[in-house]
Design a binder for this molecule. Structure first.
Ligand code: SF4
Ligand code: SF4
Length: 506
């Protein structure tokens, strides 16, 4: 039965007719069919109800004839029944389904990075000019010994402590898990190329690592998730580190689903499943129901990789993250990966993305404190994800206790993403979250990887500038040093959880 939609359009498409040359570029660029040329009338038409606001047509219009902006038409103002609530409800009345979305949580929860400020040196401790003096951003991920035993014989110094494997990265910024399947081959390859060029890591997500990209393995964190897609000994050994994925910030507690129509012959080969079948990731890892079970998997993976790779365990930031993290470290995890409330996704139920989990700032501070209190902080590195927007956020996270940060959305934005949140449709006009060959060929890995390298270079340089301003020449000296932070506009309980003083307190 045909059912007319009662939803209001989200965007207005304004086409300045005096500028439009009817080249039809916008028509070709829009996978959502928001533009159409009508031969009979020799003019372009717009369909505002189809527009998702991805801005691809605006960027590519050769005459700047297009403006896409939020639709001003609205329901009667109502503090309780906002436009979004009404639209979602109407959508469900029309479909009877779960509302899906992509990207990260866009709700107005407090962004703590915007309420934390960094210190700088004045008079008593001189600042350092990073252009003239060496600044160290190199970071080692993995378990560290509590102390080093040395054997010294004249000039010969031998370390006799048994060291566990660590991965060295040239900047404390790592590309977060994004699977081949959720993102295009071109986007996946761009991340691998950029990580390799800059000396950092990318994360395969749960979709395996295509054979021809295994040359980037020494820059890869390979994931072992609940679906076990693409996991075999060769995959595990072709990596810098292995990550067990328990949870994800955008959808804590639930699994994933890549529809069969997206499982092309290439994706099926990489994931080791038949072409065209649904790739279902169960919500739990079916062999993990306790810390002891987790420990068994950690050691199975260490065994499979000859104890040469650090093993990371990734969880979503939830209320009892500190106790869980403590258990993970005791179970043998070398890296604790925490993914916060604002972590992105290719597809998640909107109700889960927007309502489940806690902000990464709070999770990080409380996990770091718990591990310190228990005297086990050295036994694992902390990698945090979910909501980093610039190098200031990164440095604040390190001062709060992180060893390094995972970035996802900033990497996508560097490649062209405009946060339209339509990743789950498979029609990403920027060629990122799609498997449609017409769309994926829009992303050139040579160009996209260069944009990613530029982003890493820019942020790394800014971090060095901020460190220099603090009179510090190594990122290691800031790690977990909350005295470099002050809170602005925060309640006492928030300062307490974050473990920072208020601005003006000494
Ligand atoms: S891309 Fe610009 S100039 Fe070309 S048809 Fe569309 S609006 Fe007109
Ligand atoms: S990846 Fe593509 S579909 Fe997803 S938010 Fe970005 S532009 Fe939109």
């Amino acid at each position: 039965m045909f059912m007319m939609s009662y939803q209001l359009p989200e965007f207005v498409i304004e086409r300045r007719e005096d500028k439009c040359i009817k080249c039809r570029v916008c028509e070709r660029q829009c996978a959502f069919e928001g533009h159409e040329y009508d031969e009979e009338f020799d003019r372009m038409f717009s369909y505002e109800d189809k527009c998702v606001g991805c801005q691809r047509c605006v960027v590519f219009c050769p005459t700047n004839a297009l403006i896409i902006k939020p639709h001003p038409g609205d329901y009667r103002p109502n503090a309780n029944w906002t436009r979004e609530k009404l639209q979602d409800l109407k959508k469900q009345a029309e479909t009877g389904g779960v509302i899906l979305t992509g990207s990260g949580n866009d709700k107005g929860y407090r962004i703590y990075w915007d309420h934390l400020v960094l210190n700088a040196s004045q008079v008593t401790n001189p600042s350092i000019d990073p252009l003239r003096e060496p600044m160290e951003l190199r970071t080692f991920l993995g378990r560290k010994p509590d102390s080093l035993q040395l054997e010294i014989d004249g000039d010969d110094v031998q370390i006799t402590t048994e060291l566990t494997p660590n991965v060295a990265i040239e900047t404390p910024i790592v590309f977060t898990a994004m699977s081949y399947g959720a993102i295009s081959y071109q986007a996946f390859k761009s991340l691998a190329m950029a990580a390799s060029e800059f000396g950092t890591l990318f994360n395969t997500g749960e979709g395996g690592l295509p054979t021809e990209l295994r040359k980037y393995g020494k820059n890869a964190i390979v994931q072992c998730a609940s679906g076990r897609f693409g996991v075999d000994p060769e995959y595990l050994n072709c990596s810098a580190a292995v990550e067990i994925k328990i949870g994800q910030g955008a959808k804590p507690g639930i699994g994933g689903h890549l529809p069969g129509e997206k499982v092309s012959v290439w994706i099926s080969e990489t994931r080791m499943i038949p072409e065209g079948t649904d790739a279902l990731s169960p919500a739990p890892q079916h062999d993990i129901y306790s810390i002891e079970d987790l420990s068994m998997l950690i050691y199975a993976l260490k065994e499979a990789t000859n104890y040469e790779k650090p093993v990371s365990v990734k969880i979503a930031a939830v209320h009892n993250a500190p106790a869980i993290a403590s258990g993970m470290v005791r179970a043998g995890a070398d890296i604790i990966a925490l993914d916060g409330l604002r972590g992105g996704t290719g597809a998640a139920p909107k109700i889960i993305r927007d309502n489940v989990g806690i902000p990464i700032e709070m999770a990080l501070a409380s996990v770091d404190r718990r591990l310190r209190e228990e005297g086990i902080r050295n036994k694992a590195s902390i990698l945090v994800a979910g909501g980093f927007r610039n190098s200031g956020d990164v440095l604040k996270a390190i001062a709060l206790g992180a060893d390094a940060v995972y970035i996802g959305s900033p990497a996508l934005i560097a490649m062209g993403c405009t946060m339209c949140q339509k990743c789950y449709t498979g029609k990403c006009n920027w060629g990122i979250c799609t498997q449609d060959p017409y769309l994926t060929k829009r992303l050139n890995p040579e160009i996209a990887s260069q944009r990613l390298v530029n982003l890493l270079r820019g942020w790394s340089h800014e971090i060095k500038e901020m460190l220099g301003g603090m009179g510090i020449n190594a990122i290691e000296s800031v790690r977990g040093n909350r005295d470099h932070l002050r809170g602005v506009g925060l309640e006492d309980w928030e300062l307490d959880v974050l473990g920072v003083k208020g601005a003006g307190e000494v």
